[in-house]
Every structure is written in C-alpha cells, then in structure tokens.
Design a binder for this molecule. Structure first.
Ligand code: G6P
Length: 608
C-alpha cells in the first residue's frame, strides 16, 4: 500500500529517503518515486514503475541530491500502476506525495482546470499538487498554504509537500491517514509508518487528524487546521536492528508457518505462570474490566476477522457474554447499537489497516466500556489509539498472506476466553483450556510431520479452478481462513462454507472436478460433517478429510483422509489451520506464483 517518507537535513537526504522507502516495501506497492529540492533550489523528480531498487539506481545514475525531499511507494487505487500515475505529483514549483483517497477530486479538477492547471495523471492525488501551487501564490507561508489546501479536501489524506518558494522546509498534513514526525539532531523526518523511521531515528511524534506540521533540519512545529500551535512530546521506540531474512526457507510464508510453534511456546512462557494465566495481561485492571463485560464487539479485516469469528464461538460457548464479530469496512459505516457494558476489541496484525482504524475511532465516540486492541506491531496507529493493548509478539510478518499473526491472535483470544470463563458456572473450564493450551506446541510439531503428505495432495490442485472448504463450529472460520489463503497465493477461486449450508447452494457446484476439503476435528459435530461430505461424494466431488477421528463405516471413503494429531476442542482451530496454510503454500509452489507478494494484494491496507 501507499507509503510516505520525507526528510529535511543539514546533509543530503536522498539515501535516507531510499532507505525509508525500502522499509515500506513490505506493505506491497507497484511504483515508487522521489522529489528533491536541489542546490539550485529547483525540484527534481524521479519515478519508476516497480521496485524501490529501480528507483535507487535511477537516483544514483542521475546523481541527484538535495537536503529536503519527499518519497512515496504507490499501490494503485485511482489510475493504473503506470509512470504518469506514480507519486510524487508536481505542479508549478510544487511536488507532493499523498496516501488516502480524495473523495471530491472530480469537483476540485473542474475548479483547477478553470484556473488553467493541466492534469497529467489519472489520480485523485494530483489535485493536491495543483491546489498547493494555487494557494502558495496567495499565501505568505507554507502553513497557511497547507491549511487552505486541507480545508478544500474531502476524504482521507496524509500529504507531504515541498515547494521551491520554501526550499528548506517540508510541509505535511493528515486527516484519517497516519503520519508521524521523526526527530533527530540536524535532521527531521515525516513517515506514514513507524518502521520507515527506524533507520533514521527512534524519536517520533504522531500527528492527530486535522493537523499540519512544518519541518526543517532543526525543528518541527505542529499546528491544527485552524492554525493554532500544538505542542506534543516525542516518544521513543526501540530501534529494530534485527534484519528479517528468510534464513533456510525458500519463502517468508514458509518460514512464518514454521515459526508458529515457537511463537505459541513464547506466548505460553510469557503469559502463563505457575498458577495459570498471569493477571491483567490485556493491560492495567483488564481482568476486572473483562469480568464486568456483558457484550464484546470484535472488529477486524481479512485474516484478523477470521480470528474474531473463532473468539465469538469460544466465548459464547462458555459464558453469557454476547459477542459480535464484524468486518471493519461494514462496522465503520453502519448504525451500531452499543448496550452498556460493551467492550470494543480491534484485531489487527499491522495496526495500520485503514478500515479498522476508522472503526476504532468511531468506537471511541460511543459508550464502550473500553477499547482494546490485539495487535502485532507496537506503536502502530491502532495501539496508540487504544485504551488497552495486547501485543501478540509474532515478530515481523513479511508474507502478505498472514499465518503466524493469525495463530498468535488466536492464542491471545484463547487467553481472553480463559479470563472471561471465570464468570462461568463451570469453574473447571479455565483449567481445561489451560491444559489444552500447554499441549499446543507439541501438537503443532506433530502437525508439521504432515508436510510430505500435503505436498503430494497439493499436486492434485494445480489445475483446479475452484475449491470448497467445509467446517462446522470453530472449524467454520478455519474453512474461511483456508479458502482465503488458497485464493490469496494460488489465485484458485475458493470458498469456505459452514458445512450445514452446503445444501443451500454450493452443492450445485459439486462435480468430479471440484475438490471439497472437510475440516473435522473429533468433536460433537463429526456425524453432521460426515453426512455433509457423503452428500458431496454422492455427487462425485473429490473429498479430502482432515481429522483426528478414527473413521469407520460406510459413510467414509478412507482414500483421502489425512490423519491429524489429536487435540483438545478449544485448541483445534490453531491445529487445523496449519495443514491449510501448508496446502496453500504447496499449491502455490506447484503453480509458481509469487508467494510472498501475491498479485494485487498488499500487506497493510491503508486505504478503505
Ligand atoms: C491485508 C493483508 C491480510 C490481513 C488484512 C488485515 O489484506 O493482506 O493478510 O489479514 O490486511 O490486516 P491487519 O494488519 O489489520 O490484520
């Protein structure tokens, strides 16, 4: 997704701009660009389609340098991923980069065309460059120029601009899209993502919505959109020096799948003491708050949403708490009822997903008893906005398709279920879950032994166009997650279904070419799932069953049964998702797709 980095320094900034952009690469992008104010106080812009390394070689070939500059990685929204649509966008004396979406760009284009501005791209962002140029001629300083620009814009934006009229300054603004200032002696920075600052400084100040910042090499000053000065202290972040590499693995996804055993072991080590779960692992006084909670609204996107769905099954099974799990892009726009005693829980790997951030901001203005986030990235936008934070400590997840972040969220949600279970009449339930949690690392290790078998099965999917995953109860969200993984990295159309819904539509798709995967942990729903799979087999569908139930009887064709290690009911989603991740991975190997960076997708979705 789009990323912004900018710098003003007493020395040349082009190298630090490229380093900043490289740190933003993990988000996914299709073009990159940079603008500098050169020695002659003129703007020099360089852009390219494709990777930051191409931009790096353009910059070094052109020998361009400057002490003030902006840089951008673009993920196409308005207009194709081609050179003319790449950022920065220029106008007379001005160069800008933008994240977000300008909703009134068509109206602004009409206004600007009347003022004789010429448009050279298909983007909504270009209006910002022309507006900045237009107002810079009417204003005496960069703050009032940006103020005038920001007041014209509708939608979400993070903007960084440079202007030949103020050659030693960078001016930035944001509303609804994250932006941070990085501070260091002799250099100051602007970035849409805390990761990108890590190469340059560990001191940062987040901007709030409707704020502008003016930066030079020695100082920065924040203003709100009415022009009032805002003072805010810098925070410090732990500098991440560890370089993330694939190590012995062929892909980050493969590495991240195999890291899950250790991540779960660490979560157990850090959150479970001699007497069980440590107190208040979700933040100060969180146990007390959780025990008073009557309702929980889980809100998330993508894989994190599938984790939320599982939490709903777990919590409602053993407590009286009413849970909803909702996709953030729906939650943010609909009318939501918030009964008293409701806790809002945002789940996000990155902490930067635009729809989840918006939902969280919406929730902050409602009568929730607290806002809790379960997140993998410390100091991300979502953690900064939350009252309570649980960090999943899965380590940087590089592969776009999420794996270890998912299981680390599930373990957090299982811990939450344990705390909430104290309201249940069944006093033994917390201990039951605890026992199952402790058994997980060893079971996951056994699950990895299925790799060879799964690799073999994966060959059968190479030429398939569609796949159906079926599950019931807690395995239904795992069917959704399995289908999501297969879609994301193999481009095979896949759907996850509650097995009981099969007859209400998808059964019409079943023929000898359709693989149907049944996820069937040994629980009270086995017979129902078996009946559903028998319906598929009766129509010649290709059934594969992942189960730890010893199968016998006429309903079962044992040819495609993958015997899973046995596991407790509560932890079964964490166990059953692993062969699904491996299956997608090996099908993607067969299909030779770009596993870590699938086409069209981004790791961190920072636009709605
Ligand atoms: C993108 C990623 C997914 C992720 C989703 C939500 O679509 O590709 O892997 O599940 O965003 O991201 P979050 O960081 O909020 O969990």
């Amino acid at each position: 997704m789009c990323g912004i980095f900018g710098a003003v320094s007493s020395t040349h900034v082009q190298d630090s701009l490229i380093k900043g952009l490289s740190k933003l690469e993990y988000r996914g992008y299709d073009s990159a660009g940079i603008s500098l104010i050169t020695k002659t106080k003129k703007i020099k812009r360089l852009r390219c389609v494709g990777k930051v390394k191409n931009l790096k070689s353009l910059v070094s070939k052109s020998k361009s340098s400057g002490v003030c500059g902006i840089a951008h990685t673009r993920w196409a929204t308005h207009g194709k991923p081609i050179l003319k649509n790449s950022h920065p966008h220029n106008s007379d004396e001005v160069s800008i980069v933008h994240n977000g979406i300008i909703e009134n760009s068509d109206d602004l284009k009409i206004f600007l065309k009347k003022k004789k501005f010429k448009f050279t791209s298909d983007t909504d962002s270009e209006v910002i460059a022309h507006l900045f140029s237009y107002y810079s001629k009417k204003s005496s300083d960069s703050i009032s120029t940006m103020k005038a620009v920001a007041q014209k814009l509708q939608g979400s934006f993070a903007i960084a601009a440079i202007c030949e009229r103020w050659p030693d300054k960078l001016i930035a603004a944001c509303n609804g899209s994250p932006l941070l200032v990085g501070a260091k002696k002799g250099s100051n920075f602007i970035s849409s993502d805390i990761h990108a600052l890590s190469e340059s400084t560990n001191k940062y100040v987040p901007l709030a919505d409707n704020e502008i910042v003016e930066i030079d090499s020695d100082n920065y000053q924040i203003y709100n959109f009415t022009g009032k000065k805002i003072s805010r202290k810098t925070s410090s972040t732990k500098k991440q020096t560890k370089i993330v590499s694939k190590g012995e693995y062929n892909h980050f996804m493969q590495k991240e799948i195999y890291e899950q055993q250790e991540i779960i072991s660490n979560a157990i080590k850090h959150q479970i003491g001699k007497k069980g779960l440590l107190p208040n692992i979700f933040g100060p006084n969180s146990d007390k708050l959780l025990l008073k909670t009557k309702h929980i609204h889980f809100v998330a996107c993508g894989t994190s949403y599938n984790a939320a769905l599982i939490a709903k099954y777990w919590i409602e099974e053993i407590t009286d708490i009413v849970c909803t799990a909702e996709i953030a892009s729906e939650y943010r726009y609909r009318t939501v009822n918030v009964p008293s005693g409701t806790l809002f829980v945002a789940i996000s790997q990155s902490g930067e997903t635009a729809d989840t951030i918006y939902s969280l901001k919406k929730a902050k203005n409602r009568n929730y008893c607290s806002i809790l986030s379960i997140c993998n990235v410390p100091e991300s936008s979502i953690t900064r906005l939350s009252d309570l934070v649980y960090l999943t400590h899965a380590g940087p997840e590089i592969s776009v398709a999420s794996t270890k972040a998912f299981t680390s969220q599930l373990i957090a949600l299982l811990f939450m279920t344990m705390v909430l279970s104290r309201t249940s009449k069944n006093k033994a339930i917390e201990q039951t879950i605890l026992k199952q949690v402790k058994s997980l690392p060893a079971i996951i290790k056994k699950t990895f032994l299925l790799e060879k078998e799964i690799k073999k099965i994966a060959k059968n999917f190479k030429n398939k166009k569609h796949t159906l995953f079926l599950g019931r109860g807690v395995s239904y969200p795992i069917a959704l997650e399995a289908a999501l993984k297969l879609k994301e990295i193999t481009y095979i159309h896949a759907e996850g279904y509650a097995a009981g819904e099969l007859k209400h539509g998808p059964l019409a798709l079943v023929d000898k070419n359709l693989p149907v995967i049944g996820l069937m942990p040994d629980n009270n729903l086995v017979n129902q799932v078996l009946s559903n799979l028998a319906e598929v087999r009766a129509r010649q569908g290709l059934v594969y069953i992942f189960t730890n139930k010893k199968l016998s009887g006429s309903k079962v064709d044992k040819t495609n049964v993958i015997n899973m290690p046995s596991c407790g009911h509560f932890v079964s989603p964490l166990v059953y998702v692993i062969p699904m991740q491996l299956l997608s991975y090996f099908v993607a190997i067969e299909k030779k797709t770009n596993i870590d960076q699938p086409r069209n997708l981004a790791k961190s979705v920072t636009v709605e």
